[in-house]
Design a protein. Structure first.
Length: 106
């Protein structure tokens, strides 16, 4: 999914496109991390077979953690809660505001 904000009417050069791609990726990773933290409580208490987990089953915890991470990334890539899109929008608007201020100071 493309989360980049289409807020500029200026042509985008290669460096700007690269910065935008990095911003998009960072925002999506941030949202995925938040979603992973929200999903963590759901993985505790039961193992994948529906039984109760033992407290020393570290292999199951690791696999469950990888599963939660994968689910969080997939949700974020599909649009998630829109957190990444809002981050990109706000950062882009702030960047444009700062750029305008710098130009008007000259």
């Amino acid at each position: 999914m493309k989360i980049g904000a289409d807020l500029t009417s200026q042509p985008v050069n290669g460096a700007e496109a690269q910065k935008q791609a990095k911003l998009d990726d960072a925002a999506q990773q941030f949202e995925a991390t938040m979603l992973q933290e929200l999903l963590k409580p759901l993985q505790h208490g039961q193992n994948s077979w529906g039984g109760e987990e033992s407290s020393d089953d570290t292999a199951s915890d690791t696999i469950s953690s990888f599963g939660t991470e994968a689910i969080a990334k997939a949700i974020s890539q599909a649009g998630g809660f829109g957190i990444a899109k809002q981050i990109v929008s706000k950062v882009t608007l702030e960047h444009q505001r700062i750029s305008k201020n710098k130009i008007s100071q000259y």
